[in-house]
Design a protein around this ligand. Sequence first.
Ligand SMILES: Nc1ncnc2c1ncn2[C@@H]1O[C@H](COP(=O)(O)OP(=O)(O)OP(=O)(O)O)[C@@H](O)[C@H]1O
Ligand SMILES: [Mg+2]
Length: 603
Amino acid sequence: MSTIANAVSPAIASKPDARSSLTTLKGLLPFLSPYKRQFVLAGIALLFAAGATLAIPYAFKQMIDLGFGAAGAKSTEHIDFYFLALFGVATVLAVSTAARFYAVSWLGERVTADIRSAVYRHVVTQSPQFFEITRSGEVLSRLTADTTLIQSLVGTSISMALRNAVLFVGGLGMMFFTSVKLAAIIIVLLFAVILPIIMFGRRVRTLSRDSQDRIADASAVAGEILNAMPTVQAYTHEKIEADRFGISVERAFATAIRRIRARSVLTVLAIVLVFGAIVFVLWLGAHAVMEGNMTGGELGQFILYSALVAGAVGALAETLGEAQRAAGATERLLELLAERSPIQSPAQPQALPPRMQAGASLALQDVTFKYPSRPQSASLSNFTLNVEPGETVAVVGPSGAGKTTLFQLLLRFYDPQQGRILLDGVEIRDLDLHVLRNAIGIVPQDSVIFAADAMENIRYGRVDATDQEVIVVAKMAAAHEFIEKLPDGYKSFLGERGVRLSGGQRQRIAIARALLKNPPLLLLDEATSALDAESERLVQSALEAAMAGRTTLVIAHRLATVQKADRIIVLDDGRLVETGTHASLVAQGGIYANLAALQFHGK
Ligand SMILES: Nc1ncnc2c1ncn2[C@@H]1O[C@H](COP(=O)(O)OP(=O)(O)OP(=O)(O)O)[C@@H](O)[C@H]1O
Ligand SMILES: [Mg+2]
């Protein structure tokens, strides 16, 4: 458990910082492009708002120079007109700002929702190999925490940035219009000032990615432990686990603080440098007014525009920080999206031949397989097996012999490094994954129960099955009786992971589910857990019902099961070592005879 938990996912492992910061955000374009219309609307609203903002200082200047400056009959009229105009501008500002806020927030929410769905849709197609190394809590954190950053980027930061960019450019233009000399000086100073700001922005991005990674770590720790609460409490590890989570959280905090510190420095840098430059220029302007080269109104207008420009620069620096953060998050999400499952359907899948008999035929030819995470040792070696349609083959062997591995290969959760596997004569690599897996019913070693009622849990086998069909298979699987006795019958909620059922009951639900699928090939991984005699008998009769009329491979731990099989194969250390019936194998006195003496004794 811990080795898996500590392994760093290749999907999410740190990569050298080759790409320059904000270009990562280009990866978001496919998610933004469907909403061109909304962007245009937001853009229009934004231009109106910025235009209104930019008109205000001009109105001010008119008021000062024409209204107050020149005494005379016209001045009252002027004042009235410009105050009215000012109010008009404010109204435009209000409406367009609200429109911009609406359009842009809508975009933020929409794009985030799309990204969440896309990432989840992608993750659920990954092969088990992906889930061996990526912790589910980590993926969840990517889906929630990282996408939230993108939401704030699209929903706020982009519009802030655009708005301030427009204000910046417009304000600067108006400053030139007011005084070329002062504006030119400001431009030169601003360029000198922006370089260090950008350099610092890069650092914020790296720290932000680290910070998101630490949050994902903490989620992964919590996710794993919350799924194992009974074990944690049985071993009285509550404090240990709480501390472990605490350490993760503290690590996330420490990384976040480093990011925040970097951003604070960025803010100080931006504001001091930019305001410094502007104050310096204003000081020059004040002298110009005193020397009569400029009117008071012009300086006032210039001051207001420089305040706008300075505010815009400050806000841009702020949004740059936000964008860097979002870039870090985007990078991770895009890496997740770029992850290709090693198991893919072929481009031109073959069809399964029409089935003549009940049950599928199955052939494994010289199959050798090593788990990708354990390339030194083969879990199956030179494994050859032919199964006739309708045959029931019991697979026995010591723990770790490779029995469950065999099933994983049949379902094509992994591809063997050597050899071929054929279903009804077609190599399974040439079949569409869904066609292959639809032909196989599996009852796993530990049954999975979803947080839903009994009816829905069985219906998982075939989503379009009617209630009546569900009840029929439940009866076959000896599950009907106990389900009826639950407080709400088939509508009883079974609890997350089926915590409200016994082990034997969970198994019978899983068997009913596989039966509902009515597959030509059935794979049963018998639970090793000891059941009481009554449950054992019920599960056994459920299994027998399941095997009838189809090809079945059953990993057997019970004498009753092996005795029902047409053939028994014995696996040891990934090799097929013995084949025969119970009687013939016991007579051989090999591995099976030993296993049988130990395992089936007294049953
Ligand atoms: N995902 C995995 N990655 C690496 N090695 C694995 C993985 N799953 C199983 N193994 C290894 O492969 C070997 C065969 O495992 P398998 O699960 O097939 O055993 P089994 O015969 O089903 O045992 P049991 O009766 O205990 O269920 C074991 O040595 C096991 O440690
Ligand atoms: Mg197993």
